[in-house]
Design a protein around this ligand. Structure first.
Ligand code: OSB
Ligand code: MG
Length: 369
């Protein structure tokens, strides 16, 4: 493949509702849209790092810097044929997973379009509708949380995930179970507990949760294995799994029973595919996590979700859950029974609304090969 140029755009998209977790708040999403150009067309990728380094160490600004100074020069200088080879080449740069995922994603889309096929068929995905869940941020007001969850259940979402942290776990769960009974419910702690909280986390067993996501520190698969010995709720890892190597170790140690795969967190689609394959071999169910992405990132996540190991509803929700107007058309929508239909067109299968993209752009730079 030969890129003629790459355009980076930082876009600002106002969120319908600010998204609050134990470690931060996203109000206006700052994302980087990567446009990979060749003679045959444009491919789109997204860098979905948050504006502050609380989920991972990356931010919108560090990603821009690393793309500009290191990743784009590598992609222009070296010879490579396919997206997978580009991904291998980018491994020379340590970490900076979200920056890499944005560039690799744009190239996957371009490659599929150049070959007149959809990204889903390129990945050997099944064209089935994807079961959809929703991730609800922290609402300090309990009644408000209960109401918001009720709205999402009514829309048809197949499972609800709420964020918890020490001091905010038993109470919201009790309220939700009292009001709505035994619906598919899970929690995400974003690494806010320690092993000293094991007994307290064990007391959440009685809520019959599908899983607890990332209760302990990002770099601690040992304590997660110890915690899983004590609690009945299956542990799902998010932050701890940044590569297929880490996934293998976590599975072998018994640190988790389920894995949340995010293309951004693991450094690109190639690594996500490797993790999916490993999990299939080890019979570990996976689901696709989200990063409050625009339609571009969401389209990539949907393509990944078409693979057979994605047996659990993910955090890939409808465009309208996040945005007044998304940058792709058609927007991602939810069916009444809680599924997202997969697109069939070439590449990502959605059109990017160029005028809206331009309107949302706050910074733009062009890099010619
Ligand atoms: O921990 O899964 C997470 C959003 C940003 C960063 C981390 C996480 C999340 C979410 C929301 O839970 C997922 C989404 O709806 O896109
Ligand atoms: Mg998470």
């Amino acid at each position: 493949m030969k890129l003629s140029k790459v355009i980076l755009r930082e876009i600002g998209m106002k969120m319908k509702n600010p998204f609050v977790t134990g470690s931060g708040k996203e109000d206006e999403r700052r994302l980087i849209i990567v446009e990979a150009h060749s003679e045959q067309g444009i491919g789109y990728g997204e860098v979905s790092a948050l504006s502050a380094p609380y989920y991972t160490e990356e931010t919108t600004q560090t990603s821009w810097y690393v793309l500009k100074e290191f990743l784009l020069p590598l992609a222009f200088k070296e010879e490579w044929d396919k997206p997978v080879q580009l991904a291998e080449l980018l491994e020379q740069v340590r970490r900076h997973h979200m920056a890499k995922a944005g560039l690799e994603g744009a190239v996957w889309d371009l490659y599929a379009r150049e070959n007149n096929t959809s990204l889903i068929s390129l990945l050997n995905g099944k064209s089935r509708a994807v079961p959809s869940g929703v991730s609800v941020g922290i609402y300090p007001d309990l009644d408000q949380l209960v109401e918001v969850v009720g709205d999402y259940l009514e829309l048809g979402y197949q499972r609800i995930k709420i964020k918890i942290k020490p001091g905010w776990d038993k109470k919201p769960l009790q309220a939700l179970r009292e009001k709505y009974g035994n619906f598919p419910l899970m929690v995400d702690a974003n690494a806010s507990y320690t092993l000293a909280d094991a007994n307290r986390l064990k007391r959440l067993d009685r809520f019959g949760l599908m899983m607890i996501e990332q209760p302990l520190a990002q770099d601690d698969i040992i304590d997660h294995a110890k915690l899983q010995q004590v609690i009945g709720t299956p542990i799902c890892l998010d932050e701890s799994i940044e590569s297929v190597a880490q996934a293998r170790k976590a599975i072998e140690l018994g640190s988790c029973q389920i894995i949340n795969i995010k293309i951004a967190r693991v450094g690109g689609l190639r690594q996500a595919l490797l993790i999916h394959q490993l999990c299939q071999e080890r019979e570990v169910p996976v689901w696709c996590g989200g990063m409050l992405e625009s339609g571009v990132g969401r389209a990539h996540a949907l393509a990944l979700s078409s693979l057979p190991g994605f047996s659990l509803p993910g955090d890939i929700s409808a465009s309208a859950r996040y945005w007044e107007e998304d940058i792709i058309t058609p927007e991602v929508t939810l069916s009444e029974d809680g599924y997202i239909e997969l697109p069939t067109g070439p590449g990502l299968g959605f059109k990017v609304k160029r005028d809206l993209l331009e309107e949302y752009t706050v910074r733009k730079e062009e890099f010619v090969n």
